[in-house]
Design a protein around this ligand. Structure first.
Ligand code: ZN
Length: 310
């Protein structure tokens, strides 16, 4: 009788111990994930470096047989797997099934293909700039951009609730050829040169960021410019029409976001004035509405917003 009770106690203690280890494993994996995604450039794992390297910024595992992309949430899924497995103390079939089910669910959760693809592409872009010392190299602008983005991100959740669960990231680069963009899933990058050249105030920067964030919030498919080897005129016109429509939509949603975030409507309109002042006469960017027409629109929209109130 006493023996049985003792062994039950031992079982409970082992169970608690393993559960704590499980929590620890999840925690370590979680922290590793955070650290790695903050790290710069390729980091080889010393012990197995010869056969396995982990490029944290690009989220790839490099093995002799090739490169493999680590899906977002993989560590978390692995952590959940171990955790549930350990909770099940004896490795019973049920605990295996539970562990497999929940870790698959964790993996599948961010499985939005477009967002995963965008996240991987964003990592590669950041890694490229980081390698050239051009990532987040203007602390003042980075701070300003992040502070302004924070308000816009909160406003975005009012327009589309699920954006609150996105893993938003905001970075800047001093690379001169980068304008500004926000990829699917909330991956923002701003070019310091653009902000400087246009001499943007905070309110105007909010409009620029709002416009870019609006593209992601509206789920616009941002296509990488394809090589113009053979062009089909009808297809080109269709593409331009879609692009123009998306730009108009991003202008409108973007201004609403910035206005909700507390920026005065007048500074939002003045962003388009500065943009128009920079447009070289005679050129027309086919994928964006003309700067002059955007100014007219922006002034009217600003008046409308001021009448409606926040
Ligand atoms: Zn745009």
């Amino acid at each position: 009788m006493e023996n049985e009770e003792e062994s039950t106690h031992r079982k409970i203690n082992t169970g608690t111990g393993l559960a704590l280890v499980g929590v620890g494993v999840v925690g370590v994996l979680w922290i590793a994930e955070r650290l790695f995604s903050l790290g710069d450039g390729p980091q080889a794992i010393p012990l197995v470096g010869k056969f396995l390297a982990f490029d944290a910024a690009a989220r790839t595992i490099v093995t002799p047989s090739g490169k493999y992309e680590v899906p977002e949430g993989a560590y978390f899924a692995a952590g959940i797997f171990l955790y549930i497995l350990m909770l099940g103390v004896g490795v019973s079939l049920i605990s295996w099934i539970f562990a497999a089910f929940f870790s698959a669910a964790a993996l599948a959760q961010p499985a939005d293909a477009l967002r995963n693809e965008a996240a991987a592409q964003y990592r590669r872009i950041l890694a490229g700039f980081s390698a050239r010392g051009k990532l987040d190299d203007d602390a003042a602008l980075l701070g300003r951009t992040r502070r302004i983005s924070a308000g816009l991100i909160i406003a975005a959740a009012d327009v589309r609730a699920e954006t609150a669960a996105w893993s938003w990231e905001v970075h800047m680069t001093s690379d001169a050829s980068t304008g500004a963009f926000c990829m699917a899933g909330g991956k923002v990058l701003v070019g310091g040169e653009l902000v400087k050249r246009l001499g943007l105030s905070d309110g105007e920067l909010a409009m620029l960021l709002g416009h870019e964030i609006a593209h992601a919030v509206a789920g616009h498919r941002r296509e990488i410019p394809r090589m113009e080897m053979e062009s089909d005129p009808a297809e080109d016109i269709r593409q331009i029409e879609i692009a123009l429509m998306q730009e108009r939509e991003a202008d409108e949603i973007g201004m609403r976001l910035a206005y909700r975030a507390g920026w005065p409507a007048s500074s939002l309109a003045s962003f388009y004035e500065k943009l128009a002042a920079q447009e070289i006469p005679g050129t027309f960017n086919s994928s964006h509405p003309s700067a002059a027409s955007r100014v007219t629109w922006a002034r009217a929209m600003a008046r409308e917003l001021d009448q409606q109130g926040r």
